[in-house]
Write a protein that binds this ligand. Sequence first.
Ligand code: AMP
Ligand code: ZN
Length: 111
Amino acid sequence: MSDCIFCNIINKNSPADILHEDDDFIVVKDIKPTAPVHLLIIPKEHIDSINHIEKKHRELIGDMFLLAKKTAHDYEISEGYKLAFNTGRKGGQLIDHLHLHLMGGWNEEQK
Ligand code: AMP
Ligand code: ZN
């Protein structure tokens, strides 16, 4: 999808700070972080949102969580973090390419 920001990053048509890349995913730093560590786990396959996942995506979605766990470990936030799929405009989704927010790194216990 040529008008998709994340597809353009994946295809190296737009610059981004790619922290990890494998056959199925990239991990990038969120450009407007809302946590001390705010990363995005992005599948290379363009899927609009959680509303668009199908049975064939079960392994991909599972792998997404495993990569989130590994990334939390690598960035030393395993002690506490949040994972979020914003879904639909009313759910705060701005980019219609599935991505998992990984947020952590707070000093204090989150209330
Ligand atoms: P969402 O609101 O769930 O669709 O999240 C989209 C996220 O992507 C926001 O937190 C943005 O700050 C972030 N974002 C937008 N453009 C870029 C970009 N070029 N590189 C990294 N993060 C981005
Ligand atoms: Zn896309």
